[in-house]
Design a protein around this ligand. Sequence first.
Ligand code: AMP
Length: 118
Amino acid sequence: MCLFCKIVNKEIPGNVEMESENFLAFHDINPKAPVHILVIPKKHVDSFNEVSPEMMAEMTTFIQDVAEHVDIKESGFRLICNVGENGGQEVNHLHWHVIGGAKLRFPHLTDADPKDFL
Ligand code: AMP
């Protein structure tokens, strides 16, 4: 069973902020900003590559509710979904990082020279 399925099943503790029938929002163990919450479907989905449009639609509403609940909806926040190896996905259970509570920087995302992208 994957790490996040274990949190869903309460086999390992999660600092849960919000829960619905199909989704869970809990605090990232290694926060990158004052607010750093992970939103996952309770049903195991490996990554964004496998999520259905129906589940994504429902998850969108849940993420909006989480942002409102933790009071970052108006001030703004960032949604990140790392996908696969190049995306830096470490836990193979679909999750959205909901990050805010401070003005966020937009860092360089690779070691490559940005001039090479032009
Ligand atoms: P990613 O690199 O997109 O797969 O992100 C995985 C995230 O899960 C990282 O930000 C980790 O800090 C976080 N994480 C790993 N283990 C736990 C845990 N037990 N509880 C909460 N967050 C975790």
